[in-house]
Design a protein around this ligand. Structure first.
Ligand code: IMP
Ligand code: MG
Length: 181
């Protein structure tokens, strides 16, 4: 199945995490969230665009009533190098006040994006604010940010697929792959 994408996308090097493995891990994370939020209603805010695929699979695997929203921030543009500059392009539609917010991210790299976002969102007085990320590259961290749920820790390689892009390409891959940049 993966091979056909390798035919279209010549820069793909190798599969890092296949679709089945992602699915199982998303179900495990959702089960954990279902237990942890048993007495409340989590409000899952997906960080666009990268976390869109993870967010939509995750909410369907959580066995609780949930509400959803999205936020968009600028990060890398079309390059793979972080500038450290982050700004909000789209605010969540709903107020965060009094909600049990779970921020859904695709990947934590340097941690700068989330560090900035959390600082802003805390001022909006959510009842609680936790972070879930599908991927984490611990060796790249520049700020010490606490992440509550992590899908997979991965090495310092540039990965695409399952929502993650390189130059807006590759988001539709149903698996995670390493790309030559
Ligand atoms: P941070 O601020 O350095 O933690 O960057 C986080 C953002 O950078 C993520 O939300 C992604 O949009 C992007 N990013 C970091 N590493 C990768 C990668 O390997 N593939 C695709 N996007 C990445
Ligand atoms: Mg992102």
């Amino acid at each position: 199945m993966e091979r056909k994408f390798f035919h279209f996308y010549k820069d793909l090097k190798e599969v890092l995490i296949d679709g089945q493995t992602i699915k199982h891990r998303v179900e495990e994370l959702a089960l954990q969230i279902t237990e942890d939020y048993a007495d409340c209603q989590p409000h899952l805010i997906g960080i666009l665009k990268g976390a869109n695929v993870f967010h939509s699979d995750l909410i369907r695997a959580i066995h609780l009533p949930v509400t959803v929203d999205f936020i968009a921030v600028s990060s890398y543009g079309n390059s793979s190098q972080t500038t450290g500059e982050v700004r909000i392009l789209k605010d969540p539609d709903e107020s965060l006040a009094g909600k049990d917010v779970l921020l859904v991210e695709d990947i934590v790299d340097t941690g700068l994006t989330l560090n900035y976002l959390v600082e802003i969102l805390r001022k909006r007085e959510p009842k609680s604010l936790r972070i879930i990320t599908l991927l984490s590259k611990p060796s790249r961290r520049k700020v010490d940010i606490h992440v509550d749920y992590i899908g997979f820790e991965i090495p310092d390689k540039f990965v695409v697929g399952y929502g993650l892009d390189y130059g807006q390409q590759y988001r539709n891959l149903p698996f995670l792959a390493i790309v030559e940049i």
